[in-house]
Design a protein around this ligand. Structure first.
Ligand code: SAM
Ligand code: TMP
Ligand code: ZN
Length: 415
């Protein structure tokens, strides 16, 4: 593999969607699995891979250069629980009602890929609608099952989708949130969709939007699980390749800016104006041009320098600094910037499965949120910046008592 040199992009691999040449534009170095929180005994066996991103010269899909085997990421102990945010619980309740309302059938069958703890399907269940979640991570899947949600503890792929089609009939809606971008094996997924989807059904998925990642320099959206960084242009090309068509797009404010894509079988629905409008905006902004992507890479280096300078200054002044939100995103930030317990003493997080452990790679202790106020630190580095409103409201007393938040997206600042 070659590294980018003199501002030129090097072809490093092949696109996972179309097989075209992949041009690397950013290397975030050696990284651990972003959700592999450790006990001290695990440290010696920690798994690392190279986190680098490229753009396909043929179809413009932005994607990782190295692929981590799926079983290393999604397993019994997968610690991310979707229901941990009240804003996201509301978002998914609304989404469920919209999906059911828009289904073409009056007895719809809704399938979710990556249902996690059932945050979306719980509303579908409450509405009395036929449903099935695919969720390979056993721990979270069982939480959903305990709540009366039908879950198949399995990866969605061509074979498992075909089995469901044979046993339960066609799906009117196949939905995935923050999951399709995690899956490099697109061909198998699309074969599965083709097998399972009703003739007038829709595949709806929402994931972090490349346009927001570039405009906010939110480089921490890049980690092992986030394999693809979708745009309307690249999703439209992907859809065409697999006999589908992008028929609607909707920008969403959640998780730092996402787009919800609706795909139907080619010719089955009339695309909304929003599709052409977003593709035109992406083209006008030259979203996937090498100059744009290399400009993003320079912005990432600037944030790293600004953030480490600030944290070192605060430490030199004797200030206390802790992290807030042991997000998967924070693994990229801490490991790329070289931020360890010397600069951030601990990270508070509400997820029991992360508490009492060490963050991946950087080995910063994770403590429950109660530790935050006993006593409050001088500064809190907000790794969960996508939940800023919810967390800042919850922790108002910290700010009222003179504590300050450190943010690093879209630039490093204290608020
Ligand atoms: N949909 C939830 C949300 O938006 O909060 C969960 C998102 S979580 C980041 C991604 C989930 O996808 C994980 O629970 C993981 O186990 C699951 N997953 C990964 N690959 C999958 C596949 N091939 N089929 C179904 N689920 C998968
Ligand atoms: P996410 O950005 O991938 O959704 O992860 C958010 C992380 O932040 C997750 O580990 C839970 C944690 N968190 C808190 O600790 N307190 C909160 O109020 C919220 C919303 C999240
Ligand atoms: Zn491609």
């Amino acid at each position: 593999m070659t590294e980018p040199a003199n501002g030129d992009l090097a072809t490093v691999s092949r696109c996972r969607v179309c097989g075209g040449p992949l041009n690397q534009f950013l290397d975030l170095g050696r990284q651990p699995l972003s959700d592999a929180f450790l006990t001290p005994g695990d440290v010696a066996d920690e798994y690392f891979y190279r986190l680098a991103v490229g753009c396909c010269a043929s179809c413009t899909m932005v994607q990782l250069v190295e692929e981590v085997p799926r079983e290393r990421m999604f397993h019994e102990g997968y610690p991310y629980h979707s229901s941990g945010s009240s804003v996201m619980r509301e978002h998914f309740a609304r989404t469920a009602r919209d999906l059911v309302r828009s289904a073409a059938s009056d007895d719809p069958f809704v399938v979710e890929i990556g249902c996690n703890d059932g945050v979306m399907l719980s509303t579908v269940r409450d509405l009395g609608v036929r449903h099935l979640g695919f969720e390979p991570s056993g721990g979270v899947a069982r939480i959903a099952q305990a709540g009366g949600i039908r879950v198949r503890v399995d990866f969605f792929e061509a074979s498992t989708a075909a089995e469901v089609r044979a046993e339960e009939g066609p799906a009117d809606v196949i939905y995935a949130a923050n999951t399709l971008c995690h899956i490099p094996y697109v061909e198998s997924i699309m074969k599965g969709v083709d097998a399972l989807l009703a003739p007038d059904g829709v595949l709806v998925f929402e994931d972090p939007y490349l346009g927001d990642i570039i405009s906010k320099t939110s480089f921490d959206q890049i980690y092992d699980e986030h394999f693809f960084f979708f745009s309307a242009g690249s999703v439209a090309a992907m859809a065409r390749r697999f006999g589908l068509e992008l028929v609607d797009v909707q920008h969403l404010p959640v998780h730092g800016g996402e787009v919800r894509y609706t795909l139907a079988r080619a010719g089955a629905r009339t695309p909304s104006d929003a599709v052409a409008e977003l593709i035109e905006r992406e083209e006008a902004a030259r979203l996937t041009d090498p100059a744009t992507l290399l400009g993003f890479a320079s912005g990432v280096a600037r944030i790293r320098d600004d953030l480490t300078t600030l944290l070192r200054e605060l430490r030199a002044q004797g200030k206390t600094v802790v992290g807030y939100g042991a997000t998967a995103k924070s693994a990229t930030v801490t490991n790329f910037c070289g931020i360890g317990p010397d600069l951030v003493s601990y990270v508070c997080d509400s997820t029991p499965a992360k508490q009492g452990r060490l963050t991946p790679g950087a080995h910063i202790p994770v403590l429950p949120p109660e530790a935050f106020s006993t006593p409050y630190p001088d500064y809190a580095l907000l790794f969960a910046w996508n939940h800023a409103e919810e967390i800042m409201a919850k922790e108002r007393e910290f700010h009222d008592n003179g504590g300050r938040w450190v943010l690093y997206v879209p630039d490093v600042r204290i608020v």
